[in-house]
Write a protein that binds this ligand. Sequence first.
Ligand SMILES: CC(C)(COP(=O)(O)OP(=O)(O)OC[C@H]1O[C@@H](n2cnc3c(N)ncnc32)[C@H](O)[C@@H]1OP(=O)(O)O)[C@@H](O)C(=O)NCCC(=O)NCCS
Length: 332
Amino acid sequence: MRKSKIIGAGHYLPERIMTNDDLSKMMNTNHDWIVERTGIEKRRWFVPGRDSVTSMALEASKMAIDNAGIETAEIDFIIFATITPDYFIPGNGVLLQRELGLQGVGALDIRNACSGFVYALSIADQYIKSGMYRTILVVGAEIQSSALDKSDEGRSSAVIFADGAGAVVVRANLDSDSGILSTHLHADGDFAEELYVKDPGSSREVRISQEMIDAGGFNLYMNGNAVFKHAIVRFYEVIMEALEANQMAVSQLDLLIPHQANLRISQYIQQKLGLSDHQVYNNITEYGNTTAATIPIAISEAVAGGRVKDGDIVCLAAFGSGFAWGSALIKW
Ligand SMILES: CC(C)(COP(=O)(O)OP(=O)(O)OC[C@H]1O[C@@H](n2cnc3c(N)ncnc32)[C@H](O)[C@@H]1OP(=O)(O)O)[C@@H](O)C(=O)NCCC(=O)NCCS
């Protein structure tokens, strides 16, 4: 059967490194609190005037295309996951498409936050399996740092979220049984306001006002406790769902690449599944939570670092704003 296979991955991280000590100069926090609660030691913030969501995605995409060993012109569709696009309208897919010189190629934007990349990959998988496209570029890229409340009030999310981009090239594979085995997507909109950016919103009389700015509606709001409680349940469920759908046991999993939400969440899942450190990929210590970008950045690093080999069983899993969550099981 026709399968979709990730044939190349790439990533880009802005040069500006923000340590926990740097943040403690802006808000009332400290290195030990952040490490104990989130595992994060540093993160990257974009360089204004130099980095944009498009420019970071472009660098990640070029690396993915290079690693895939294909020509850019072979890409016949783009799926771009971001909740922090360069413009309110249009989405970021077309901006990346323009920079890649792929005028005419379709470009789709996905707004499923931390689960955006898994949702995007699932769509790519369906398009490829159906025969509609052969080679799809799937991207996750975010600039969160410009929408963080860096005062004491916003410190619980300001220390977590960060900037970066990752991309993969997905191609139809007819020759072997390797590729995406299944994807599983879920959401529960009852919790939409537990992790969200309220403004700007179209359903206000005026889309942007000074009042909204003063009230902080442009900053990311997160109910950390609610997110944590739901995340640990949903991550576990959706990983098990992927394994069960393929009649596999946890012991057959070579690598779990969880969305880098919070190291404590990943460690909880690791323990619950009984996985060793080698079976779980973590880089949140270095980069923080880059929303839709964490998984493709991790894939890119894991492949380059030899953590993923041909034939390995790899599970991607994500949870975040929406709430939305999902997983993908892959035979590499
Ligand atoms: C955000 C999170 C780290 C907060 O940790 P917590 O143990 O729940 O902490 P609480 O919110 O209960 O706050 C405990 C105290 O620390 C304080 N605090 C919050 N952020 C702080 C910070 N950055 N530095 C220092 N103190 C902080 C709180 O004000 C509170 O103080 P108080 O006891 O005087 O009221 C935690 O809820 C979490 O990890 N949630 C999941 C977040 C996540 O994964 N998001 C990504 C989703 S994709």
